[in-house]
Design a protein around this ligand. Structure first.
Ligand SMILES: [Zn+2]
Ligand SMILES: [Zn+2]
Length: 187
């Protein structure tokens, strides 16, 4: 459509396609590569309207830098995937039983890491060594379970192992496990 044919007031708003809220933040044009990332993020986030718009080869796509960052942040997307997968797998992922999945379960309490909990991804190999040392110090039931689990994993970083921030701080501070406490040793 020729822009001059448009009704007055119908001109396209210069607006961030992600939040659709006009703010004082500067808008930036998304590159082709950026569009691809946005589309992938839309699929994960189930933002189908936006996906449709992005796939319609718009002349330009404007976003806030901050919106794009949080919209495409891989740790956020991972959390969303976990949340979406959870209900489907709920029956199979009983706490502290069944097969352990490094990518979807906290390796400390063995509970599925839900998106509404504070989840951390293991970034440094030293974390595993540090926790093994803690296991030796604690020498309690929880330490035995965790050390057994850690021994079964060669590379926590490569496994994309995750854990609850809360569980980690409880573990290193000598406290008992909260998330898994109801399930430990019980059916
Ligand atoms: Zn925005
Ligand atoms: Zn946990």
């Amino acid at each position: 459509m020729d822009p001059t044919d448009r009704q007055p007031g119908a001109q396209q708003l210069q607006i961030c396609v992600i939040c659709e809220i006009p703010t004082s933040e500067k808008l930036t044009k998304v590159s082709d590569v950026g569009l691809e990332t946005l589309r992938t993020s839309c699929e994960i986030r189930h933002r189908y309207n936006l996906l449709e718009f992005l796939s319609s080869e718009p002349a330009e796509v404007l976003v806030h830098g901050s919106c794009r960052k949080s919209f495409t942040r891989s740790s956020e997307l991972k959390k969303i995937k976990l949340q979406l997968d959870y209900p489907r797998e709920r029956r199979d992922l009983r706490c502290a039983s069944g097969r352990f999945s490094w990518e979807t379960m906290c390796f400390l309490c063995a509970c599925p890491a839900l998106s509404n909990s504070d989840i951390r991804l293991v970034h440094r190999l030293e974390l595993g060594e540090h926790l093994m040392a803690r296991c030796a110090e604690r020498a309690d039931d929880w330490a035995v379970v965790v050390s057994g689990r850690l021994r079964g994993c060669i590379d926590l970083v490569a496994e994309e192992a995750i854990y609850h921030k809360e569980c980690h701080s409880r573990f290193v501070n000598g406290l008992q496990c909260i998330s898994g406490v109801t399930s430990f040793g019980r059916p």
